[in-house]
Structure formats: C-alpha cells, structure tokens
Design a protein. Structure first.
Lengths: 179, 121
C-alpha cells in the first residue's frame, strides 16, 4: 500500500492543488453575491473529493479540515444555513492551509499546528451553530419517533458487511438463480 | 481470460489507486471520469464488474447505476460503489438504485480485492 501511495503522491498533490484553485474561484463568485447559491453543489463536491483523497493518501490534517468544510457546504446547498462573511473568510484560510499541507509529508511545523487548531475551532463553531439550527423540536410525538427508529433499523438491515465493505445479503444466490 | 472492471470516479488520484491495485492483480481496467463518460463503455465492451464513486459532476453514481440497470446487456453486472462511512443516506439511495455493495474510503488494496472477489461470479 505504501508503495502505491508514495508512487501516486504527485498525482494526489497536483489534483489537490487544482481543486483548491477551483474552490477559490467558486468562492469568489459566491462572495460577490451572498444570495446566489449555484456554486454550493460544486464546492461540496470539491471538499468531498479533498476529504476522500487526503484520507486515502494518509493526510489526516487535510481530511479533518475538508470533512468540516464538506459538512458546511452540504448544509449550505440544502439551505439549512446561509452563506456568511465568516464562512467565506474561514474557507479561504482553510484552502490556504490545505494547499500548504498537501505537499508536506513530514510532521507539521509549530506554526502549521497553530493554524490547524485555529481553523478547526473556527469550523467547529460554524458546524455547532448549524447543528443547533436543525435540532428536532421537543414536541414531536414519542410514538412517531419509535416508528421512525424501527423503520430506520429495518432499512439498515438491508446492508451487512464489515467496517470496510458491504455486500447485500444473498446477492450471489439471487444472481445465480437469475442466470 | 482476464476479468474486466470499469472504474468510474472523478478523482484522478482515486482512479489511479484503484487502477494500479487492480492491474497488479491481473484485471483489465476500463475508466470513466463520471457517469456520462463511463457510458461510452456500455456499447459492447466486456465488463465483469463496475466500481463507481457516488459524488461526481455531470452524472453522479446513483444515476449511472440506474442507467446500467436499465441496459439489457449490462443489467446483471455487480456494481460496487465507493463511499465514506458518513454517507448512510447515500448508501440507501445507491442500494435502491441497484448497487450490489460498497467499499469504504480509505481502503486497503487487500480489502478492495476481497470485496471484488465476493461479488464476482
């Protein structure tokens, strides 16, 4: 695995930087008019890709920032929160941090750690405020919650598998009988 | 004869990791950068398995799975999708669209191969 990762690290680095540039461009368009939300899907997809790639290429600090940004842009595209000057500012700072970290393979410098902690705390504050915005009202009928939970559990039962993969139960048998 | 796997992912890095892993195991690999692009391989190419990402521009993984399942030639092919643990909602959508199973990112090559062997008939 290490060989594959090291071999393909330049590809990861180039793609990551390209995604950061795209995100900056989209953000600058959004910044001009906070009411225009046409770029949130694209920003969500970019941060999602950055998250997946950095996890694959063993860069937990980039993944940590990207995961939070993905959550924020998902909330924006769903209309749960509105774009604010604070989100724009923090996102720009995060993109700069990602751009630096994406090329670093060793331990973070003390300044990079300081930036990382600052950005994570800023992002967490935004995420927390978003969570409050979608809290379930307390006056929901408890029977309804029970019904919803059992429906959710039965839906979950469709999938089985280990932590890393999942195959629908009986798939091979059902496929064999159809062939 | 080597089995053929179609990989559909907009991330070049992930495509390369999967491609490298599969070719090392002796599979023939076809590539699509999104659902629409991948459809070029649904015109008679031999495909034994599809591995697709979900979030992609132009045509996402869910739509692509639906396209495959609606195609008489390819509708029985096992389809695995790449996902992250946090995407339960998407997993349900992909299952409803006709996916066979999933692989969680990040993955180890051995886990990827094990998942493939589990669904290959």
């Amino acid at each position: 695995m290490d060989n594959i990762i090291e071999l393909l690290r330049p590809t990861y680095s180039e793609e990551g930087k390209r995604l950061v540039v795209q995100a900056r461009t989209l953000l600058s368009h959004s910044e001009k008019d906070l009411s225009v939300n046409t770029h949130y899907d694209e920003l969500f997809r970019i941060t999602h890709t950055l998250k997946g790639n950095s996890a694959m290429f063993e860069q937990p600090e980039v993944a940590s920032i990207s995961k939070r940004l993905e959550f924020i842009f998902d909330s924006l595209r769903k209309g749960i929160i509105n774009l604010s000057a604070e989100i724009i500012e923090v996102t720009y700072l995060c993109l700069s941090q990602i751009e630096v970290l994406i090329d670093s393979t060793g331990a973070l410098s003390s300044n990079q750690w300081k930036n990382q902690r600052f950005l994570i705390s800023k992002l967490d504050a935004i995420v927390e405020s978003k969570k409050k915005a979608i809290e379930i009202p307390l006056d929901i009928n408890p029977n309804r919650i029970k019904r919803l939970s059992s429906a959710f559990l039965s839906i979950q039962g469709f999938f089985t598998g280990t932590l890393t993969t999942g195959i629908r139960p009986g798939y091979k048998n059902s496929l064999a009988s159809r062939l | 004869m080597a089995k053929t796997i179609l990989i559909v992912d907009d991330s070049e890095s992930i495509r390369e990791v999967v491609n490298f892993t599969l070719e090392k195991e002796g599979f023939t690999v076809l590539v699509g950068v999104d659902g629409q692009d991948a459809q070029k391989h649904l015109n008679g190419d031999k495909i034994d398995l599809i591995i697709t990402d979900l979030h992609m521009p132009i045509m996402d993984g869910i739509e692509f799975i639906k396209v495959v399942r609606a195609n008489d030639t390819y509708k029985m092919i096992p389809i695995l999708f790449l996902t992250t643990e946090s995407q339960n909602e998407k997993k349900m959508e992909a299952k409803d669209a006709g996916a066979t199973g999933w692989i969680i990112k990040p993955f180890l090559p051995a886990k990827l191969i094990a998942a493939i062997q589990k669904v290959m008939v």
